[in-house]
Design a protein around this ligand. Structure first.
Ligand code: ACO
Length: 329
């Protein structure tokens, strides 16, 4: 009898642009201070892509690293998935640009959007494709250039975001199931609290939409903050329940890096000690779909996670969307 197909995590990678934008730099751009940004968000600096460096370029660099760490041949990848809210263009998809840059001949490639929960949605998507038997080796990428959709005159948002990309190679396995659980949720009735209103079918680009700055992120920070804490805690609990694991079984929790105070509040709500929570927001800011995967990659590289350890990724973002997944690395 054929054994059920499981999903094995073969490797991860990440990439950040070289330019660093510090809180001191932001003090020269808007009415803010390092003290305000640090105490309200935990962010000290973030990476910013150059004008000729695109979301697919960051995705490409992260993918090469993930493919190398996975020890698979490039031509063995048979599906390319990219989570992003900052694509190179509306279409073609960033996944297609990435597929070309990687030289992957004719394999299917597409983008999807779940804002900051994108990578968790991507794990679910990759797992479903693999375990249905449709594809064997999936390259899953979260890549963002939020700097390109930020209003750099709006102090409420411009201090929060950064650029970067993370990637993972997942593969069909008869012996392993490294994705122990995934829990996803969304609620479109919160759409107005976190969005880019311009450029789509509701407000197609015009001189007016440009003048009104409708093509950059608008956010009701305080409301987002409250819902983020409750939904992230809820999702984390659900994914633990589905995996039949407890907080004690998990070596490291990697929450979406949007705000240090959100991370601390979620940990408190779940009664998780902060020394089991991975934080890198001080040097990255919020990079939406790329946060959990770049943090996971860093945790592996610096030895916070070793082969066989369990990790839980937890995310929340525009939509609203939320999700969590328990993984064996
Ligand atoms: N520097 C100085 N003062 C500022 C700044 C700034 N950069 N930004 C806002 N302020 C001021 C406000 O104007 C306000 O002043 P007022 O009281 O005179 O009106 C004061 O600081 C307090 O503002 P709040 O909005 O209440 O500040 P809060 O403590 O809520 O922090 C923040 C704001 C950091 C945005 C927080 O609400 C937050 O992190 N929200 C969640 C963001 C998030 O998680 N986004 C989700 C993902 S993003 C995605 O999906 C793409």
């Amino acid at each position: 009898m054929n054994k059920k197909i499981g999903t094995k995590i073969l490797g991860t990678g990440s990439y950040f642009p070289s330019k660093v934008l510090t809180n001191a730099d932001l003090e020269k751009m808007v009415d803010t201070s390092d003290e305000w940004i640090s105490t309200r968000t935990g962010i000290k600096e973030r990476r910013i892509a150059s004008s000729g460096e695109y979301t697919s370029d960051l995705a490409y660099r992260a993918s090469l690293e993930a493919i190398k760490s996975a020890n698979v041949k490039l031509e063995e990848i048979d599906l390319v998935l990219v989570a992003t809210i900052t694509p190179d263009m509306f279409f073609p998809s960033t996944a297609c640009f990435l597929q070309k840059k990687l030289g992957l001949n004719s394999v299917p490639a597409f983008d999807f959007s779940a804002a900051c929960s994108g990578f968790i949605y991507g794990i679910a998507t990759a797992k479903a494709f693999i375990e249905s038997g449709l594809y064997k080796n999936v390259l899953l990428v979260g890549s963002e250039e939020l700097s390109k959709i930020t209003d750099w005159t709006d102090r409420n948002t411009c201090v929060l975001f950064g650029d970067g990309a993370g990637a993972m190679v997942l593969s069909a396995s008869q012996d392993n199931d490294d994705v122990l659980s995934v829990f996803l949720g969304s609620d479109g009735s919160y759409a107005d609290l976190l969005l880019i209103p311009g450029g789509g079918s509701i407000n197609p680009a015009t001189i007016e939409t440009l003048n009104e700055k409708l093509h950059s992120i608008k956010m009701q920070g305080r409301e987002v903050f409250k819902v983020a804490i409750s939904k992230m805690a809820f999702a984390a609990q659900k994914a633990l329940e589905i995996s039949e694991k407890t907080i004690e079984d998990i070596k490291l929790f990697i929450p979406h890096q949007a705000n240090m105070r959100i991370i601390e509040a979620v940990a408190k709500k779940l009664d998780i000690s902060m020394d089991k929570v991975f934080v890198n927001i001080h040097k990255t800011g919020n990079i939406s779909s790329a946060t959990t995967i770049t943090a996971l990659d860093e945790a592996i590289k610096i030895g916070k996670l070793n082969k066989g350890d369990l990790v839980e990724l937890i995310a929340f973002g525009g939509g609203f969307t939320w999700g969590a997944t328990v993984l064996r690395v």
